[in-house]
Design a binder for this molecule. Structure first.
Ligand code: B4P
Length: 192
C-alpha cells in the first residue's frame, strides 16, 4: 500500500494536482475539504457547524476531521493506497493518522509539500472565488485568515514527517502540467 500526503497552504494546488495524481496512480483520494463541503451541501448538522468555521477561515475541530478520515479508511478496505489532500492540518491530526494507518499495518510513504508565494495564493483563490461558489474564496480577509491558520497550525505538520525523513518540497508555481511532472518524478522514485 502506498500512501501519500499532498501538503501546502490554501490555494497551493493540492486539489488540482490530486485529481491528476489519482488518475495516474489509482490511489483513493481523501480530501477533508471535499468531505466537509459534501456535509455542507447536504445540510447535515456537522455541515452547518463546519460552514460557520470555514467561512471565518478557521480550521474545523480535530475530532471532526479525524472521525471523517477514520470512517473513510474503513469504507475502503481494498484501496491500493490513499492520497491525503488537506489532511493532516494539525499535529494532533498527524498523530491520529499515523495511529489509524498503523492499525492497518501501513504508513505514509511520502509528503509532497507544494511551495507557493502568499501573493500567488491570494490571487488564485480570489480568481477561483469568482466561479466556484465557495464562500471562503470570495473575501480577501478570509483568504488571508486561512493563510495565517496555515502558518500557525499547519506548517508544523511538515516537521512531524521530517522526523521520519518523509518530506519533499516541490515548486508549486508554474503550469499545472509542470508541477504534475515534478510530483510524479518524486512518486516514481518511491514506488518503482
Ligand atoms: P480545502 O478544501 O483543503 O481547500 P484549500 O486548501 O483552500 O484549497 P486547495 O489547496 O485544495 O486548492 P487548489 O490549490 O487546488 O480547505 C477548505 C477549508 O476546509 C479550510 O480552510 C478549513 O476550514 C476546512 N478544512 C479542510 N480540511 C481540514 C482539516 N484537515 N482540518 C481542519 N479544517 C479543515 O486550488 C486553488 C486555485 O488555484 C484553483 O482555482 C486552481 O485552479 C488554481 N491553481 C491550481 N494550480 C495552479 C497553477 N499551477 N497555476 C495557477 N493556478 C492554479
Amino acid at each position: 500500500m502506498f500512501n501519500l500526503i499532498l501538503f501546502g497552504p490554501p490555494g497551493s494546488g493540492k486539489g488540482t494536482q490530486s485529481e491528476k495524481l489519482i488518475a495516474r496512480y489509482g490511489l483513493k483520494h481523501l480530501s477533508t475539504g471535499d468531505l466537509l463541503r459534501s456535509e455542507i451541501n447536504r445540510q447535515t448538522v456537522l455541515g452547518q457547524a463546519a460552514k460557520k468555521i470555514m467561512d471565518k477561515g478557521q480550521l474545523v475541530p480535530d475530532e471532526v476531521v479525524i472521525g471523517m478520515i477514520s470512517s473513510a479508511l474503513d469504507d475502503n478496505p481494498h484501496a491500493k493506497g490513499f492520497l491525503f489532500d488537506g489532511f493532516p492540518r494539525t499535529s494532533a491530526q498527524a498523530e491520529a493518522l499515523d495511529a489509524l494507518l498503523q492499525v492497518k499495518k501501513a504508513a505514509i510513504g511520502v509528503m509532497l509539500a507544494l511551495h507557493v508565494s502568499e501573493e500567488e495564493l491570494v490571487k488564485r483563490l480570489l480568481i477561483r472565488g469568482e466561479t466556484s461558489g465557495r464562500s471562503d474564496d470570495t473575501n480577501e480577509q478570509v483568504i488571508r485568515a486561512r493563510i495565517v491558520e496555515y502558518q500557525d497550525k499547519t506548517a508544523a505538520v511538515a516537521d512531524h514527517y521530517r522526523k521520519y525523513d518523509k518530506v519533499v518540497m516541490v515548486e508549486g508555481e508554474g503550469t499545472i502540467n509542470q508541477i504534475f511532472d515534478a510530483l510524479c518524478i518524486e512518486i516514481d522514485k518511491r514506488i518503482f
